[in-house]
Design a protein around this ligand. Structure first.
Ligand SMILES: NC(=O)c1ccc[n+]([C@@H]2O[C@H](COP(=O)([O-])OP(=O)(O)OC[C@H]3O[C@@H](n4cnc5c(N)ncnc54)[C@H](O)[C@@H]3O)[C@@H](O)[C@H]2O)c1
Length: 326
């Protein structure tokens, strides 16, 4: 298939591109490099530097490359920033998303796989979280992702758009070539590994008084390759129906302390920690039920073991001590 990957110069987008190309698809990466890296655009992909707001450029790119489907990963995704700057998030995650949908319609591209998030659920009462849990975002980021999901639903009714919305839990890990290089970095695993590498003084633990086995929050981590494989399965299934899928590894998840301990084992380094107060809006436990995508598409995570996830991230970080600059 000829696929446009928006945000393909970012962390997950680069791995999705790598997997698509490995499977023989033709990929055009569309990214404004606001957060991504030109060096992260995988060899073999065509790169168009452009913003989602540029409707004409999107139209031309879709038409010129005879794109058949879009994987839409470009977004703003810092939870804290989304609360203090809602306009930025409505604009980049909803308004420009509609520019993309309209360009797709104009070019008769009717298939889209969308990067959604567990943040659409807010603070659910039941764990593991299934797709039928109520959506009740507690921040603008989750709210804007949900708004785009709803837009796709209505575009399906009116225009026959087919969509798969993938609600990711915490993506982590790396391939040999593609890894996580965010600025600022807000994700626990790279932060912990930066502390192991001496690039930050310590890891901050936000609250140690949660009702969990060691008092720290429990989260569900999914290897970025397993996540990328799910996109390809979802893309293939779009000819049959639209769908919403959770993507996490499920199980019992891992606490913040368990992640840090695993990183100590994998790296063999000291990792200083500092315990601070809870952050507002951090639920004690967030675990996905990914039963639906397993059942309907036969998806199965290959790298469920946290040690493998952390090891892959550490290997990438050691090969790229200054991220994509190195
Ligand atoms: N990383 C996670 O754990 C996680 C979890 C849930 C959902 N997500 C979602 O997955 C997607 C990818 O996440 P990531 O961690 O790879 O993020 P990322 O920031 O590394 O990648 C996003 C890319 O989109 C590009 N971009 C942003 N706005 C754009 C615009 N207007 N026009 C063109 N390009 C634009 C950025 O330059 C960047 O390369 C995002 O939509 C994010 O919300 C990520």
């Amino acid at each position: 298939m000829r696929v446009l990957v928006t945000g393909g110069a970012g962390y997950i987008g680069s791995v999705v591109t790598e997997q698509l190309i490995g499977d023989g698809h033709t990929v055009v990466v569309y990214d404004n490099l606001a957060k991504g890296h030109a060096q992260a655009v995988v060899y073999g992909a065509e790169f168009v530097e452009g913003d989602l707001a540029e409707g004409d450029k999107l139209n031309n790119t879709l038409a010129e490359h005879r794109i058949e489907a879009v994987i839409h990963m470009a977004a703003s995704s810092l939870v804290g920033e989304s609360v203090s700057e809602p306009a930025k998030y409505y604009n980049n995650n909803v308004v420009t998303g509609l520019v993309l949908l309209n360009a797709m319609l104009a070019c008769e591209v009717k298939k889209i796989v969308f990067s959604s998030t567990a943040a659409v659920y807010g603070e659910p009462e039941e764990q593991p979280i299934s797709e039928s849990a109520p959506t009740n975002p507690t921040n603008t980021y989750g709210e804007t992702k949900l708004a785009f999901e709803r837009a796709m639903h209505w575009y399906e009714g009116a225009h026959g758009l087919r969509y798969a919305s993938l609600r990711y839990f915490n993506a982590a890990g790396a391939t040999e070539k593609c890894g996580e290089d965010h600025d600022p970095e807000t994700h626990l695993i790279p932060i912990t590994l930066q502390a192991a590498a001496g690039k930050r003084a310590h890891v901050e633990i936000y609250g140690e008084d949660y009702p969990t086995s060691d008092g720290t929050c429990i989260r569900d981590y999914i290897h970025v390759v397993d996540l990328a494989r799910a996109h390809i399965l979802a893309l293939d299934a779009l000819s049959e129906r639209s769908a919403v899928y959770n993507l996490g590894c499920g199980g019992d998840g891992y606490s913040v302390r368990e992640v840090i301990e695993t990183a100590r084992r994998v790296t063999g380094r000291e990792i200083p920690v500092r315990v601070g107060p809870r952050r507002p809006g951090d639920p004690a436990v967030l675990i996905a039920s990914s039963d639906r995508i397993k059942r309907e598409l036969g998806w199965a995570p290959e790298f469920q073991d946290l040690e493998l996830i952390v090891e892959s991230a550490w290997n990438w970080m050691q090969a790229h001590p200054d991220g994509y600059q190195s």
